[in-house]
Ligand binder design. Structure first.
Ligand SMILES: Cc1cc2nc3c(=O)[nH]c(=O)nc-3n(C[C@H](O)[C@H](O)[C@H](O)COP(=O)(O)OP(=O)(O)OC[C@H]3O[C@@H](n4cnc5c(N)ncnc54)[C@H](O)[C@@H]3O)c2cc1C
Length: 394
């Protein structure tokens, strides 16, 4: 007899695992969430949730909890050339959708909000920090795990469904022999912070098209901004040695409007695309970066995950039929539907990653033309805004 009997065991408490833990426990399923780290999640990562995802969070009854916890609204993105000449306003506030705004919040706070909301659900349990989580066996009814906590306590847990949400390295995915294909992009994403930046009244994200690629100023929920740009992999070493003044000079050369903005490094992310061949097998499902690690340039990682969790939630058998054999059938169906649904999004994300790798002067000229046309052409502009809001593509 196991110490804990649960419907769903979730390994990894990043945004993917904590969102799934909230959504499943809110629906009444027993959920045990395991997280190995006590440290906050990396604050420079994803902070931007699309309107379509806000609609899902509204349906899950957790959207208000985000705003009460400090999340903010952004109307959209403004596009400029490097001399700050206006090209396009990709504002979503006039779209006929339930939540016509992007929601943003510092990355480490997003999983905390999901966990604190899940804590209100009786069927939710959280173990953090754990040292290890070892699979013992899977029989006809359930899978058995042995969990070691930091204080040395050993707990056994029996579960009908296993969700692997342990991020892009996914050691658990490897353990369960999930095969993955990967693609390594040439350019890395460099992220800087500035505490001085002041956002406009709509908290718009500002993107500048330069010869080196895009430079993006992203207002942060607690003030200041995050600055994103791509650098060549062979520049990483020297980039790491640069001082705050050097970064300021570098950005000021690309976009002179920011030559006086003080900034400092927040991290470097050499992006890869990692896609699992199978998203589910037996009673196990991969979610989040463990399943599809995407190029971060289009802000799709968390957004895609929350859409996936919502889809899975809609397919899962009701509590009284939540047995391992039914879980297996549901996961087969989930994989069939999602893999095809999401292909377009994955392909679009990949081709954007490739174009960021190959960005040059001509790409800048072409992109400037594209955004000018999008600003003028009402229908094309509307389609662009709907897609950026997360509608029209899965
Ligand atoms: C610079 C940058 C900007 C981005 N911007 C956006 C954005 O605006 N919008 C967006 O949607 N996406 C964005 N993304 C992508 C997004 O941040 C990721 O897709 C998302 O955070 C992945 O979440 P995850 O939970 O799958 O993985 P992770 O965040 O990696 O979480 C995995 C968790 O599992 C834990 N873990 C690992 N192994 C174990 C184990 N054995 N037992 C227990 N726990 C374990 C880890 O400690 C970790 O907490 C961005 C990414 C970057 C790098």
């Amino acid at each position: 007899m196991a110490d804990i009997n649960t419907d769903v065991l979730i390994i990894g408490g990043g945004v993917a695992g904590s969102a799934a833990a909230f959504a499943f426990s809110k629906k009444g399923y027993e959920v045990l969430l395991l997280e190995k780290s006590e440290k906050p999640q990396d604050t420079a990562r994803g902070d931007h949730l699309q309107p379509a995802v806000c609609e899902i969070l509204g349906k899950w009854n957790v959207l208000d909890h985000f705003f009460k916890s400090g999340a903010k609204k952004r109307a959209g993105s403004l596009w400029f050339d490097e001399d700050a000449n206006f090209l396009m306003d990709a504002n979503v506030s006039k779209l006929d959708i339930p939540e016509p705004y992007f929601m943003f919040m510092n990355h480490e706070d997003i999983s905390n909000v999901f966990v604190s909301a899940a804590n209100k659900n009786e069927s939710f349990s959280f173990m953090c920090p754990i040292v290890s989580c070892a699979h013992i066996e899977t029989n006809d009814d359930e899978s058995l795990f042995e969990i070691k906590s930091k204080d040395g306590t050993i707990t056994t847990a029996a579960t009908k469904m296993i969700m692997i949400a342990d991020g892009v390295a996914s050691n658990m995915g490897r353990y369960f022999n999930f095969e993955r294909t990967s693609f390594r992009y040439e350019r890395a994403l460099a992220v800087l912070f500035s505490d001085e930046y002041e956002a406009d009244e709509f908290n718009n994200l500002r993107t500048y098209l330069t010869d080196r690629g895009i430079v993006t100023m992203i207002p942060r929920a607690k003030g200041g901004c995050k600055i994103g740009l791509t650098i060549d992999r062979d520049e990483i070493k020297s980039w790491k040695k640069m001082s705050s003044k050097d970064y300021q000079k570098f950005i000021g050369k690309l976009v002179p409007a920011y030559k006086d903005l003080k900034m400092y490094s927040a991290g470097i992310y050499p992006p890869s695309m990692i896609i699992a061949e199978n998203w589910a097998k037996d009673n196990i499902v991969l979610i989040g970066d463990a399943c599809h690690g995407l190029h971060p340039g289009r802000s799709q990682g968390m957004n895609t995950t929350i859409k996936c969790v919502d889809h899975l939630l809609g397919l899962i058998p009701p509590k009284d039929l939540f047995k391992k054999e039914n879980v297996i059938k549901t996961l087969e169906q989930y994989q069939k539907e999602m893999k095809s649904n999401i292909n377009e999004l994955l392909e679009a994300n990949h081709s954007m990653g490739l174009s960021m790798d190959n960005f040059d002067h001509q790409s800048k000229v072409d992109e400037i033309e594209k955004f000018k046309l999008l600003e003028q052409d009402k229908e094309a502009g509307h389609t662009y805004r709907m897609k950026s809001a997360g509608y029209g593509v899965f």
